[in-house]
Design a protein around this ligand. Sequence first.
Ligand code: CP
Length: 312
Amino acid sequence: MSETGQQLRNKDIVGIKDLSCYEIELILNTAVGFRDVLRRDIKKVPTLRGKTVVNLFFEPSTRTRTSFELAAKRLSTDVINFSVSASSVVKGESLIDTAMTIQALGADIVIIRHSSSGVPHLLARHLNASVINAGDGINEHPTQALLDAFTIMGKYSTIKGLKIAIVGDILHSRVAKSNIYCLRTLGAEVRLIGPPTLIPEGLIDPEIEIFHNMEEGLRDIDVVMMLRIQMERQDRGFFPTTDEYFRLWGLTLERLSLARPGAMVMHPGPMNRGIEIVSAVADSPQSVILEQVTNGIAVRMAVLYLLSGRRG
Ligand code: CP
């Protein structure tokens, strides 16, 4: 529960699709307070002392896992980083049995990343503990979209009416899906740029413009959000070569100059420099890629805090 008594409706955050505009704004507003905490000399508050958070990552992660761990520690929770490779999962224990065991050990919040879409939803149904989706297959990555929205609002104050382009492998990107839901809910004009093979049909609402030409798509946009090519999820050739991909879809300084002056450049990471983005752009003053990482801690503190309140 927030200081004003506002709450999330559900005990879990498995997708942005399930959050209302009010709930998204509640999380973003709560994160502002935690960002201030993180700017102090002593970056820790006793807010969730006595709670236990478990990081259950079945896929690699640098940013999300570390950020959730730091967020939990800044709130004074006990954090367990569950090591899948050193657990009884390798002896054949099922996902549900593993999760139920973690709950029996006292977990209040389970943060899960998994290669299969829908796994967080399955756990949310089986557990009394809160479940947070840290990325499920090609479905959603809700806290990434929340930290992206928070970062955009750091520069523009409001997302309503901004022209935001998401570029690249939309088909396999859970970051893109969560961002589409989040940014549309907050009133942005979203456009998708990429090859036809990597932009799915059916997902997109009629308000979203699609561009199969990078130069046309970038014109007059306020924010460009680049995506990693998800090689590990591609079961066939969606484009001829990475050189060809870079030639058509790579973000260069020349292409960035087509956007509004000072347009914000984002990337959820990890980046493939020289494939979807050149270093001159990734490291430019217009890039907020590292700011996104920093903001992830405050946003995840807000999510942990609000879910703890939700569970009473
Ligand atoms: N953005 C993101 O999910 O990065 P990691 O895979 O490093 O967590």
